[in-house]
Design a protein around this ligand. Structure first.
Ligand code: PXG
Length: 290
């Protein structure tokens, strides 16, 4: 059965799910998106994803035309129409159809809203058992006063350039630094380090990831660890006991080598595994049930 895609209030067959070549998301990356995940009939922290989407749209001055409640209902409707209980959901809002010219006032109609729900492709199991080898790449993360990394906009070129550098280096992810040389995040994941019972993650220059927030809460509440948002240097990462990445697709994934330096023992650490276990327990409870 062909996937049913939500397109501007209607569920249409995948082959019919088309937008205009004048769509501003297509022409300029002028739009916003979310990557969301459903586990066993629960959309993990859907409200937080919708809040983040609406914050991006507010800054970009895009009117979705839907209330948050209607947007949540549209996500659930798409999952139900496809009979999916475990899924990856891509929610895209663009400024809509304009004509040639970047002035957003050219987009006189409504925003285009697209929701795609499909089976999730998981990372290979070895990544979790053996841990990742990653590198720092030359492309720096967008300056907050250029395109703020808090915006989950359709303009992902900064991250894609960094991903190309990771591919060229033969590694699955890349660390991006901010304009001052501090660690920001990876191309599609946040980063954490653990040392001396303290869990640290970058304070600035990164997306406020929803997995990141959940992991910070679990580390503090369940493992009683000190959790800090701080500036982090590469030197500090190299000398951490454990490093791991977080994201909707990856969940928590250990990192064992960075720029040729072994992290801790060179094997995934106990805090990472404990947090991953706690995270797996929480995803089926914490969200919108359908
Ligand atoms: N940083 C960036 C730049 C991201 O894009 C995260 C951190 C993690 O945030 P969440 O909220 O997911 O914990 C993301 C999200 C992909 C893909 O195709 C990656 C993301 C989203 C959608 C697709 O690799 N990463």
């Amino acid at each position: 059965m062909s996937l049913k895609i939500y397109l501007n209030g209607k569920l249409v067959a995948r082959e019919e799910a088309r937008v205009s070549v004048f769509d501003h998301g297509f022409l300029y990356g002028d739009g916003a998106f979310e990557g969301i995940r459903a586990y066993a009939g629960v959309v993990f922290r859907l409200q937080a994803h919708i809040d983040r989407l609406y914050e991006t749209c507010h800054t970009m001055m895009i009117d979705t035309g839907l209330t948050k409640r209607e947007m949540i209902a549209a996500v659930v409707e798409t999952l139900k129409a496809n009979g999916l209980t475990d899924a990856y959901i891509r929610l895209v809002v663009t400024r809509g159809d304009g004509d040639l010219g970047l002035d957003p006032r050219k987009c006189r109609g409504a925003a285009n809203i697209i929701i795609i729900a499909d089976k999730i492709t998981l990372y290979p199991g070895e990544f979790y058992k053996a841990g990742l080898t990653i590198v720092t790449v030359p492309t720096v993360r967008n300056h907050p006063e250029a395109i703020n990394p808090q915006l989950k906009s359709l303009n992902y070129l900064n991250n894609i350039l960094a991903k190309i550098e990771a591919n060229n280096a033969g590694v699955p992810e890349a660390i991006m630094l901010d304009g001052s040389g501090y660690v920001a995040e990876c191309t599609g994941d946040n980063i954490f380090m653990v040392k001396d019972g303290v869990v640290r993650t970058p304070l600035q220059g990164r997306l406020r990831g929803i997995t990141r927030e959940a992991v910070m809460e679990l580390a503090a509440a369940k493992l009683k660890l000190d959790v800090q948002e701080t500036f982090i240097t590469r030197h500090e990462l190299y000398n951490a006991e454990e490093v791991f990445l977080t994201g909707t697709a990856a969940e928590l994934i250990p990192v064992v080598k960075i720029d040729g330096r072994l992290i801790g023992t060179g094997k995934p650490g106990p805090v990472t595994f404990k947090l991953l276990k706690l995270f797996h327990a929480v995803v089926r409870r914490d969200g919108v049930k359908f």
